[in-house]
Ligand binder design. Structure first.
Ligand code: S3P
Length: 450
């Protein structure tokens, strides 16, 4: 499992048509936030549709370590009795966030303006990822941090009992950094301000408002300015987590590249700060429709219908769209392999500091399966081979990265000779039912490596 167990090699064979309904799990970003905001609120917060992947389970465990009562009451149904803003207790042991950058970064923010000390660690992937982007602004609130070289985990945060609010401009487009600052700002008196040049996912702002905090968000001279009034009285909520557009991307994209496919993915969150992939696929000529558009739990939602799309063309994906599809570039690079011509992805250097260096991981694995890829620090270009044009037959490394593993398995489904990944274990972090769900649609996997 996700770097904690023995590798689970898996091969996706070239697939016949994928057909049917794909019920994908709850949104990972919203699931983490539901647990953390519930833990910071006095009273009982009830959550349905929570993603029960390892990343989110690690956050649930962390919230218990900080003093909240977190109980699973049914399938995806959770109850959180929180301790209130500033009420976190000091954990007795190291907090292990496993593979989850979102978990560790948001929790560091949430505890940094409370006078307690906590030490954080994670798996081999998380221990390589930059944390200075979080500890920088937390220091401005008055917290202190002690980590390994480059701000790597394991890392200790000494929270402050006398926080001062900050006015922080994001140096990189990152919803995790924005959220860490806002969560720290919750327990600082006065107004905490975050400025972002590129709009990143806004679930934290939306949910904070839902819990009763005062949060405004305005564009001033092209920059989004988010203002939070500190020390609010939060009130416990009932949250219905929408299904994850980043997980829906896998059955949707597999259908687009597999002959004869027709797949319906119901109830997908289509918050505009998350929907860039779907805009891009439609521009490429994908047969992808939104059905029954509606609002659920404060988020726009629709049923997605995807059919085999032999006429897709490569396009240039503009850099300003990158933040709204940052987790979807690996699977887009798979779809691009089946389009005619080149697909150019720009402004994507943040991919290099995800669960793996996703540009390098995709480039190496695609080349091993017959697809030509060019890369620079900030771009990736995939030279498409057209429908049914990808030979496959190669092996790819997952690098402890769930999205890389799923992307290559989807590549295998559309390919002639299938694709092997060295370890499908990391998929459990975000999409624990990926394999049985894809099998029900018609995909074939072999569990041993070739
Ligand atoms: C997330 C933000 C993004 C994304 C991650 C989830 C979040 O990370 O890649 O999967 O829930 O805030 P960055 O903030 O590093 O861009």
């Amino acid at each position: 499992m996700g770097g904690h167990g023995t590798p689970e090699p898996m091969t996706a064979l070239g697939s016949g048509p994928l057909k049917g309904v794909a019920d994908v799990p709850g949104d990972k970003s919203i699931s983490h936030r539901s647990l953390i905001l519930g833990a910071l609120t006095v009273g009982e917060t009830r959550v349905t549709g929570l993603l029960e992947g390892q990343d989110v389970l690690d956050t649930a465990k962390a919230m218990e370590a900080f003093g909240a009562e977190v109980t699973r009451v049914g399938d995806g149904e959770w109850s959180i009795h929180g301790v209130g803003t500033g009420g976190f207790a000091e954990p007795e042991d190291v907090i292990d966030c496993g593979n989850s950058g979102t978990g560790v970064r948001l929790i560091m923010g949430a505890m940094a303006t409370t006078p307690i000390t906590a030490t954080f660690t994670g798996d081999a992937s998380l221990r390589t990822r930059p944390m200075g982007r979080i500890t920088g602004p937390l220091t401005e609130f008055g917290a202190a941090s002690f980590g390994r070289a480059g701000g790597r985990l394991p890392l200790t945060i000494v929270g402050t009992g006398n926080p001062v609010p900050v006015d922080y401009t994001l140096p990189v487009p990152s919803a995790q950094v924005k959220s860490a600052v806002l969560l720290a700002g919750l327990n600082a008196p006065g107004e905490t301000i975050v400025r972002e040049a590129e709009a990143t996912r806004d679930h934290t702002e939306r949910m904070l408002r839902g819990f009763g905090a005062e949060v405004s968000s305005e564009v001033e001279k092209g920059v989004r300015v988010i203002r939070l009034t500190g020390q609010p009285e939060l009130s416990a909520q009932t949250i219905a987590v929408p299904r994850d557009p980043s997980s829906a991307a896998f059955p949707v994209c597999a259908a687009l590249i597999t002959e004869g496919s027709d797949v319906l993915v119901p109830g997908i969150g289509l918050n505009p700060t998350r929907a860039g992939l779907y805009t891009t696929l439609r521009e490429m000529g994908a047969d992808l429709t939104y059905e029954k558009e509606r609002e659920e739990g404060g988020e726009p939602v629709a049923d997605l219908r995807a059919r085999f799309s032999p006429g897709m063309m490569g396009i240039e994906v503009p850099p300003e769209r990158a933040a709204s599809m940052i987790d979807e570039f690996p699977i887009l690079s798979v779809v691009a392999s089946f389009a005619e011509g080149a697909t150019v992805m720009q402004g994507v250097k943040e991919l290099r500091v995800k669960e793996s260096d996703r540009i390098d991981a995709m480039a190496v694995g695609l080349r091993a399966n017959g697809v030509a890829v060019d890369e620079t620090e900030d771009t990736m270009t995939v030279h498409g081979l057209g429908p049914k044009g990808v030979p496959g037959g190669g092996r790819a490394e997952a690098r402890l990265d769930h999205r890389i593993a799923m992307s290559f398995l989807c590549l295998g489904m559309g390919s002639e000779r299938g694709v092997s990944v060295d370890d499908a274990g990391p998929i459990l972090t975000s999409f624990p039912i990926f394999v049985p769900l894809m099998e029900r649609l018609g995909a074939s996997f072999a569990r041993d490596n070739r």
